[in-house]
Design a protein around this ligand. Sequence first.
Ligand code: ATP
Length: 275
Amino acid sequence: MNADATNASTLPLLEINDATVLRGGRPALDRFSLRVEAGRHTAILGANGSGKSTLVQLVARQLYPLVPSDGGNPVRVFGRTHWNVAELRGLLGIVSPALQNDYTSDVPLEVFEAVVSGFFAARGLGLDHRVSDDMHERARTALEQLGAGQLIGRAMASLSTGEARRVLIARALVHHPRALLLDEPCAGLDPASRRRFLESLRVLARGGTTLLLVTHHVEEILPEIGQVLLLKDGRVLHQGDKAVTLTDAALGETFGMPVRVTRHGDWYHATVESP
Ligand SMILES: Nc1ncnc2c1ncn2[C@@H]1O[C@H](COP(=O)(O)OP(=O)(O)OP(=O)(O)O)[C@@H](O)[C@H]1O
């Protein structure tokens, strides 16, 4: 393990200080700040258009913030502002709907190849990619960890939404990343698949992978998640412990409607009330 990877275990996983991201000339994130310590599972919750996907793209280096007056970079991942993308993926796996579209498009790609090619930061294996026994084993283990081992041999384009998502998370896991950033991971799943899928995320969270979960739904906040950030119009409305942030008032403000929050064991549920 190199020095940077060692330091990464003690530094905050993510620090964003006063970042503004413009889209279509308007701020999609507006002086946005967030700090996530390694090991502190975090949910980012907001209505449509609140800036969630922009945040994921900012962290993934697909969008860039305005340069602040001091000329610095407002985004630090494991303490560093500069990363090469392949190196970053080894520490922070990112799975988003855009990535899923990419992998389930018409280009033929088999499930195991989609996962094992994660080692080469490539989509599929090329002639110069040598898959070692260890890589083979890690890819198979990651698929099994996500309950997707039986999908080996299938074409990515033939998988259901939930199956494809499991495969892409397995692809992110082959590096044994310290953290996973998941953008709306339950979108398109039926209630039973969603619950099974959330249970597999719980196993990862308990196994030491820090989860950053971006969602519209309070019901997806796993018991392991302690910190919640509520986002509205590109700004942080509230950030803190789950018990303090998941209140009727805070969620009502987030979604612009009266909301009733109830707790069922370690899970939360939100219902929109008649105004
Ligand atoms: N390509 C784009 N060009 C211009 N504006 C954009 C673009 N993409 C997003 N926006 C705007 O940026 C803001 C934040 O969008 P973003 O997609 O980050 O929200 P979101 O919280 O992920 O929404 P959703 O829950 O609907 O996916 C919105 O006002 C949106 O209209």
